[in-house]
Design a protein around this ligand. Structure first.
Ligand code: GLC
Ligand code: CA
Length: 530
């Protein structure tokens, strides 16, 4: 594993909503540059940026029309270069989103490949060989080419062609993933990576990394464990080619898969990191919100562990991560982020004390912590209408709440002209929390400091389960290396629990000493050095 990942803390920024520098109501790269000192004050090490490339925004920028251009909503390539410089000066690393599963249907590669006459881009996308050929999801009859194209997510996102897992004698249009006709596209992708790596960025988060080969591995959350291990051939071949090449040219860069199966992404395909998000029962079990949020079934999974009612369970999660630690060895590590642009906002309906428990857990666990912008001040899901193809996810993408004033200090535009609405829930702004020593924001800062100043909390240090009662309230674990040993106790439920913990208190919330025992009074955490 890369050295700098040992104690790295990541932060995700959705550029549309971080800071608007020119008063047009929408976030931009200059705005992010202006807020770099805030990022520094948090103590984070690296930022993952959602796409800022040229796009019609049918899917939040995950529908690219030009990989080499900054969309005008965000500024220019010069603004990007300045941003890189400002981040470098502060020692903060930059991770970009590499969206290579598909492009926008407005991308010139696709326009060319849709032409009747064969050209350079003929094999860039997944096309059937006849407009009458049926195939699941195929879009037919829109273009002159005699064939239909296979989209990935929305109809406007035609799948780039990395081949199929197997040849099909009845469908010769399905190229095998090793077919030499697919090499030019791979070369194109490598060039995009080189372009940004040459600008000094530090790595990529790869969109849909596990789903690039058609008819390859499928997603089935019930088969999370060893069953998956055998199903990697095409995608494994692909990533060995691509990561192998790029790693031989650039060292020390991080590659983060959006896959949600770390034993494959890291263990088999050579990534450094992978997520535990999306539809994984692990993420649902921990952070997702109760059913009465009135969003959609995708977002609502009932009881979760970090909930005052104490009805969730942490056991499935622990079981799975134990398995992962063993499988991954020192090859890399997963991140269980506090949220992403695709999830319901974790702090929604959670008290500040519970959110503090989540951060105490996330920042001490054997994992690579990642904070979704705004979670550090407890921003809630704020959904009113879909924007940029976000659907209900739009509620997790609203403007960062900087101040208590107009537009939360995000933009000077008239409120009605804001690109996305701001939320005014009291106290949830950087301005108000900066002043309060015990605020969520300052708690997060302190926890990050603790993470960074204790090597026992490094990724490669051990983790032992010490105590899990019933379904896990309280949950106590130990982080340890040859230098030191740290004990972390969390009790998200509101019911008090008394435990025996000895050592020097590094940090805690809602606990009291009772004789030689400690009472975790509810919604509490405690971190001690043994
Ligand atoms: C990933 C992105 C998501 C996007 C999808 C399609 O899951 O995180 O926002 O809609 O890919 O590109
Ligand atoms: Ca702007």
């Amino acid at each position: 594993m890369l050295n700098w990942l040992e104690n790295a803390v990541f932060y995700e920024i959705y550029p549309t909503s971080f800071y608007d520098s020119n008063g047009d109501g929408i976030g931009d790269l200059k705005g992010i540059t202006q807020k770099v000192d805030y990022l520094k004050s948090l103590g984070i090490d690296a930022v993952w940026f959602n796409p800022f490339y040229k796009s019609p925004f049918k899917d939040g920028g995950y529908d690219i029309t030009d990989y080499y251009e900054v969309d005008k909503r965000f500024g220019t390539m010069e603004d990007f270069d300045e941003m890189v410089k400002a981040f470098k000066e502060r020692g903060i690393k930059i991770v970009l989103d590499l969206v290579i599963g598909h492009t926008s249907d407005k991308h010139k590669w696709f326009r060319r490949s849709a032409q009747a006459k064969k050209n350079k881009y003929y094999d860039y996308y997944v096309w059937t060989d006849d407009v009458n050929t049926d195939y699941p999801g195929v879009i037919r009859g829109l273009y002159y080419r005699n064939g239909g194209y296979v989209p990935n997510y929305y109809a406007s996102q035609p799948a780039l062609n990395y081949g199929f897992e197997q040849l099909d004698p009845n469908a010769p249009w399905k190229l095998h993933y090793t077919d030499p006709r697919l090499k030019p596209l791979r070369e194109e992708i490598l060039n995009i990576m080189r372009f940004y790596l040459d600008k000094g960025i530090d790595g990529f988060r790869v969109d849909m990394a596990g789903h690039l080969i058609k008819e390859g591995q499928t997603f089935d959350e019930k088969k999370y464990y060893d069953e998956y291990d055998e199903k990697t051939s095409g995608i494994q071949w692909f990533w060995h080619e691509v990561l192998g090449t790029i790693r031989s040219e650039y060292s020390d860069k991080v590659y983060i898969a959006e896959w949600d199966i770390p034993q494959l992404a890291i263990g088999k395909c050579g990534f450094d990191m992978d997520f535990l998000t999306h539809d994984t029962f692990m993420f649902n079990d921990l952070y997702k919100n109760e059913k009465d949020l009135n969003l959609s079934p995708y977002f609502e999974r009932g009881d979760n562990y970090f909930s005052e009612n104490g009805k969730g369970t942490i056991k499935n999660f622990l079981h799975y991560v134990e398995y992962l630690y063993e499988k991954l060895g020192d090859k890399g590590m997963f991140t269980a982020p506090t949220g992403t642009h695709d999830e319901v906002r974790m702090p929604t309906r959670k008290s500040t004390d519970i959110i503090k428990c989540i951060f105490a857990f996330a920042l001490t666990l054997k994992q690579i912590p990642m904070i979704y912008y705004g979670d550090e001040i407890g921003m809630v899901h704020n959904y009113s209408a879909s924007k940029d193809g976000g659907g209900k996810r739009t509620g997790a993408r609203t403007p960062m709440q900087w101040t208590d004033g107009k537009n939360r200090g995000f933009s000077t535009v008239e409120e009605k002209d804001l690109y996305l609405p701001v939320d005014y829930e009291e106290g949830r702004s950087v301005e108000s929390q900066d002043k309060d020593e015990n605020s969520l924001l300052n708690t997060v800062r302190k926890l990050i400091k603790i993470r960074k100043s204790h090597s026992a909390l490094n990724v490669s240090s051990a983790q032992e389960q010490v105590y899990v009662e019933g379904d896990g309230y309280p949950y106590i674990f130990r982080r340890k290396n040859e230098k030191e040993s740290i004990l972390v106790a969390i009790n998200p439920s509101r019911e008090a629990k008394t435990v025996t913990i000895n050592g020097e208190v590094l940090y805690g919330n809602n606990y009291k000493k009772v004789g030689d025992k400690v009472e975790l009074t509810g919604c509490s955490f405690l971190i001690v050095k043994e």
